[in-house]
Design a protein. Sequence first.
Length: 219
Amino acid sequence: MTIKVLIVDDQMMVREGFSVLLNAMDGIEVVGEAVDGREAIAQVAALRPDVVLMDIRMPQMNGLEATREIVAADTDAKVLVLTTFDLDEYVYQALRAGASGFLLKDASARQLADGVRVVAAGEALLAPSVTKRLIAEFSKIAESPKLADPAGVGELTDREKEVLVLIAQGLSNGEIASRLIVAESTIKTHVSRILVKLGLRDRTQAAVFAYETRLVTPA
């Protein structure tokens, strides 16, 4: 199936450049563009894209606010945040708002296309340089008092907690299956149940949840 992409950026050259790059890739089609967050919300409702490439810093409505509204609208669109800044202060907030991944604008055409495919498939995506920023944020959380009974954790089975911890450590379904010596399909079932029980959108939010509730602490 073709992955439909909406590009959101206030710079025309950026939008056109990404559009050319992605339309040249097999299985990806750019179905629309938006110049700010407000227009992005309208375009998501009208075009029903699979992935939204979202800039953070824009006039009128920034990408963080737009991501929150798109996620709150319960659309099927996954948000892949793009920025020029590897230490953008919005990184952590964007993931908490429901973004499924984060890439820098200097990513290669292949990295960009791979990122779109990964996010469309429901996986998490974080640029390596961005991960340092998140570890710093998670370290601050680790220094705060631990929640006595994090909401939703009590509903998880021991195996589901184990899978959640491995998700937060960045393992794929295949890697988790190998670690636990079970079929990959079994892990997919566990992941689906974890998301439902915790009311989360995808693996990225599951990873953030695991750190915030101190099931996992940064090494």
